[in-house]
Every structure is written in C-alpha cells, then in structure tokens.
Design a protein around this ligand. Structure first.
Ligand SMILES: [Mn+2]
Length: 300
C-alpha cells in the first residue's frame, strides 16, 4: 500500500516476499508474484468494507526484503536458509509469506509451528506426491512433507490429483479433503465452514492461488478449471481469521503469476488485506491507539 515500512521488531504484521521459482513446469513467472501482489496493494482502500474498519490505522506493517534466490546452492540449502530466516521473526505478529512456488510452505510451517498443528490448504492440487521430477522440494510435494511430520491437513478446492494421492487421502485420517466439485453443494460448504470454525490450537493457512477459479485468477502456473469463487475464498479466510480458538502461526500465498489484466494479483492483494483485517479486528487491534502504518500517509 506504499505505506511507511515498520521495523519487524515492532510490527503487527510481517510480510516476507519469497520469489522462489525452481520447479514450476508449465507456466513460469511465479518469482514475480510477491512484487505484483505488493504493487497491486497500492490500489486498495485503507478501509476494509467487510469488517468495517481501517486495519492499517491501528496496525503496523513490515515488508521484509525479499528472500534472496538460491545462488549455486542446492534446494536443501535454500530451504534451510528460508527456515532460519523465518524462525527468528517475532512470534506475536501475523506472519505472511508471498511466493513464489508452493515448495516454500513446509519450511514456513516448520519454523513458525514447530510443535505441530493444522495446515489448511486452498489448492487445486493435492500436492501430496512424495517426490516429483526427482526432488521432494518440488512444488507438487509440500503437503507430503508437512503430513510426514504429523501435521493435520485440511484441503479445500482440490480437483486434480494422482491416484496415489487419492489413495493417501482415502486411508490417512490426518487428512480431510473438501473436493472442489462437492463444495458446489450447500451442505458440503456448510460442513467445511463448521469444520473451520471448530479448529483450535496452532493453525497455518496456505493459499495456492490456483485454488481459485481460473476465470477469476488466470495468473497461476498450473491452472485447472473449476475452483473457488471470490466469495467462497473470502468466507474461508474470514472464518479462519475470526476463530479466536486458533493460534494462527502464519499465512502463505503462493503460485501467483502476474498477468496483464492485473486481476489475479489484485485478488491476492485484497485477500491478504481481508486476512489482516479479520485477524486484527477479532484480536482487538481496532481498540488500540491509532498508531498504524497509514497514520501520516497520504489518504487520497
Ligand atoms: Mn499447490
């Protein structure tokens, strides 16, 4: 939002751009995702109309320098340095990572939620492959790595998967999958909403932008027909962010490939604003002194 940048030590929201792109195979450009989302945020109003307040009036936002791309090092080294960068950040702040490809999510989860918890995944793909193209750091594998460490998984919007992934879902009680087609039915949608509202303890939200309908978000590396509508996504985010039984350890938004209409990156920016707004308001930031990032910034 072109706001003055708070220091990460005093910020209420910490945003880390992770322009990592190494294993995307179809449409490339996800390394430009973080910059495009941040620049689309310049077009947002400070006022967030659903919660009915200006989050940045009361909350300080810190955008960190982008995580440098892996130099000559291995995937493993990059993921280790990502883990270390994230583990040292202030725990009380709402943490948001902007990808980059989906392979970054496990390190974020391991760093911010080391003692276990639930990962809610919005995605077209199950991402449960054990390896893909010879690497477990591929963007087809992050949820396998996360599940492998015992985290519970709630998948939303899935509509493309390998038969082995379908078999894992069927036999693993730690994974609950809301297939996209089923979510077209009101009773399945209500069941999902009840499930999200009943979550408690440490939770991570990973938003793969291909979970949305490509008619809304065309800018993704591996598009799939079907998918969440804007308001389906907004409902999910709102229920999670307002659930006070949840300790939200962070959010990542991944796989966005900026496109010429700018709609895809605007969807990302606005959804992020809704995350910050509902998380902040339900935690009483609206009652705190108006010392947020927008104070003193131009309003027109
Ligand atoms: Mn994914």
């Amino acid at each position: 939002m072109s706001l003055p940048n708070a220091s990460p030590d005093e910020a209420d929201v910490i945003i880390l751009p992770v322009p990592h792109e190494r294993t995307v195979t179809y449409k490339t450009g996800t390394s430009d995702g973080p910059e495009a989302i941040l620049s689309a945020s310049d077009q947002l109003e400070f006022y967030e109309e659903d919660a009915g307040w200006c989050p940045t009036k009361h909350m300080r936002i810190s955008v960190l320098p982008p995580m440098p791309p892996p130099a000559e090092g291995s995937d493993e080294e990059f993921h280790r340095s990502l883990y270390e960068a994230v583990a040292s950040l202030r725990k009380e702040a709402l943490f948001v990572a902007l990808g980059g490809e989906h392979s970054i999510t496990p390190e974020l989860v391991f760093a911010r939620m080391p003692t276990g918890g639930t990962v809610v995944q919005i995605d077209a793909h199950a991402d449960l492959r054990s390896t893909y193209h010879g690497s477990e750091y591929n963007h087809a594998c992050p949820m396998h790595r996360i599940r492998g460490k015992g985290y519970k998984l709630v998948q939303i919007g899935i509509r493309s998967l390998h038969e082995n992934e379908a078999a894992s879902i069927a036999k693993d009680h730690g994974i609950t999958t809301y297939m996209d087609r089923l979510l077209q039915r009101p009773e399945a949608k209500q069941k999902l909403h009840r499930h999200l509202a009943s979550l408690f303890g440490p939770v991570w939200l990973t938003i793969d932008m291909d979970g949305f309908d490509p008619a809304l978000v065309a800018g993704v590396g591996t598009p799939q027909p079907g998918g969440l509508s804007w308001y389906q996504g907004v409902d999910i985010v709102e229920i999670i962010m307002r659930n006070r039984n949840i300790e939200l350890r962070g959010v990542d938004m991944v796989e966005l490939v900026p496109e010429a209409s700018h709609v895809s990156q605007m969807v990302g920016a606005k959804l992020l604003q809704k995350c910050i707004s509902h998380w902040g308001k339900s935690r009483g930031y609206d009652k705190r002194p108006a010392r947020g990032s927008q104070i003193g910034a131009a309003d027109e």
